[in-house]
Structure formats: C-alpha cells, structure tokens
Ligand binder design. Sequence first.
Ligand SMILES: NC(=O)c1ccc[n+]([C@@H]2O[C@H](COP(=O)([O-])OP(=O)(O)OC[C@H]3O[C@@H](n4cnc5c(N)ncnc54)[C@H](OP(=O)(O)O)[C@@H]3O)[C@@H](O)[C@H]2O)c1
Length: 306
Amino acid sequence: MAASGKIPVAAQIKPAFRSGGLAFRFGAGGQRPGRRAHGRLRAAACQNLSMQRVAVVTGASSGIGSATAVRLAEAGYRVVLAARRADRLKALADRIRDGGGLAEPHQLDVTNRDEVQALADSLERCDVVVSNAGGAIGTETVADSSPDDWRAMYEVNVIGTLQVIQALAPKLIASGAGTVVVMGSTAGFVAYEGGGGYVTAKHAEHAIAATLRLELFDQPVRVIEIAPGMVKTDEFSLNRFHGDADKAAAVYAGVAHPLTADDVADAVAWAVTRPAHVNVDLMVLRPRAQAAQHKVHRELGSADKA
Ligand SMILES: NC(=O)c1ccc[n+]([C@@H]2O[C@H](COP(=O)([O-])OP(=O)(O)OC[C@H]3O[C@@H](n4cnc5c(N)ncnc54)[C@H](OP(=O)(O)O)[C@@H]3O)[C@@H](O)[C@H]2O)c1
C-alpha cells in the first residue's frame, strides 16, 4: 500500500489465471505511477476488464444464487448479481470484493422484459448465465390452488428464465464459449401432492433447457440443467408457506443433512468450469436422506413426532 494509505489504482491490478477465468488481485507496494503512466495503466486495466469473463447470476440476493455467485467469483468470473432486493445485492457484491473478487449488483425483476434487456445491454460481454431466480408459492391441491399463485410461479421460473436467456443469448454466442445454467429441480421430473403449480413450472424449465440445447447444437454454447432435491435455504420454504416459519421448518424436520445452498453452488461451479466442449446436460442432486421425492429419512425424536 502507498504511503498515503491509498492503493494506486491500476498499478496494482495483477491478472491471475484461475480455473474459470481471469481474476484481478490488488497487490501490495509499488510507486504511484506518473500521470501518463497512470493513464496507460488505467487503459490497460479497462482492456483487461473487458477481457474478464462475466457470469450473470439471477436470484443472487439469497440462497442458492448468492452461494453460486460467490463460487463463480472464486473461480475467477466477474459476477453480475441480479435480483429485486438491491440492498442484499450490494452487500453481497461488497463481500465478494472484500474477498478479492469482482462483483456488480444489478437490480431487476426477471419477469420484466425491459429490465432484463437493460441488463444485457449494459454488459460488454457475457460468458455464463445462471438462471436461478425462482421459487414456489403455496401447497394447495390442484383442485384448490389459486391460479394467481400458478401464474406468479410460471412468470418467475419459466418466463423469467426465457427472458434472461433471450436477452443474453447473443452475447453468450459471441463469447465463443458460452454457458447457460438453468436451475431446475427434482420437481421438474416427479409430481407430488400439493406441488402442482411448482411441479408444472419446473417441468417447463426442464423443457426450456432440453429444447435450447437442441436449438443451439451448432453454436458455441452449453446448456446445463442442475436439478436439486431438498435444499435448506433461508427463504424458499418460507416464501412457499407465505411466511409461516413453523410450516417452513417442518419441511426439513428430522432430516440430518439437507443439501445446503453451497452444495448446489459447488455443483454449478464444477459444471461451469469443465472444459468448454464438455456439456453436463443434467445433474440431479439430492441429500443422501432423500432417496426419492417421497422417500425421505427423518430422524424424529418424540417431540417431533407429537
Ligand atoms: N430450496 C430448494 O429446496 C430448491 C430445490 C430445488 C430447486 N430450487 C430452485 O433453486 C432456485 C433458488 O432457490 P433458493 O432455495 O435459493 O430460494 P430463495 O432463497 O428464495 O431464492 C430465490 C431468489 O430468486 C430471486 N427472485 C425471486 N423472484 C424474482 C424476480 N421476479 N426477479 C428477480 N429475482 C427474483 C429472489 O430475490 P429477490 O426476492 O431479491 O428478487 C432470490 O434471490 C429456485 O429457482 C428454486 O426453484 C430450490
């Protein structure tokens, strides 16, 4: 660090290759460059930044999206954090930057086509998009559920994913080695009682990934679907049960080790950082205790059983 206590700007940006891309670290020491040298270094830094691989993660303000953004930043991507809650995105971006990574918050609603297009237009390049924003609302039967809940789930999980892919596809193709990751679910393959609207939406997301992979077969873009089973995140079940914390907690009752957001993020980062010709079409992840959608091992004490 310079005597002034400030880090000379571009002079200390050092490129470092990691598995997934090009990362920049701020090194220590060095003289403050002269004015002309400073200008040249700034230009070089800008050029380097435009060479930096970019990963967009939707739903990055919590849970799986947040953990995925951290993992991809660690893998060397400049991560663009997209969701509706700007304060949470900013806090995560600060955390990633404090750890030496590159991150930018971008507030948007994936159901708003103009906002999604504005994100795409703001990016010089895009190498990876993780379409993760989504979730479940309600547990009513098909006969009793609200069409508004179904519409909301379809909008965020399906139309949101469609709009994000449509807006970013040209840049993914232009990158020469693009990757789309669709955050599906085991609900995209198996129905369960009370899950109708979510199961429908996740089946549709699976169909998007499968169709897109066929349509892009001659383009330099991989299409990966990650389909987790039970993941214990702070908000997923809470949102599903309209804020009822007891009902949300009951989903995970007695399950010794549900998946964590980081378990899923680890899988995403692994799939994304395979060589560009290796397409992990579909990865199903479950906790060991969940042998199938309905077959969950719960270690319930007498209090839990009451
Ligand atoms: N948890 C599980 O058991 C599980 C299992 C399988 C699959 N999944 C899938 O994994 C993904 C993430 O789930 P999670 O457990 O991490 O849930 P979560 O913590 O509730 O995360 C959902 C994320 O989506 C964002 N989001 C919701 N609506 C949005 C919109 N209209 N525009 C932009 N962002 C929006 C939320 O941010 P804002 O509210 O700030 O916008 C939040 O960041 C979802 O697609 C979910 O279906 C979850």
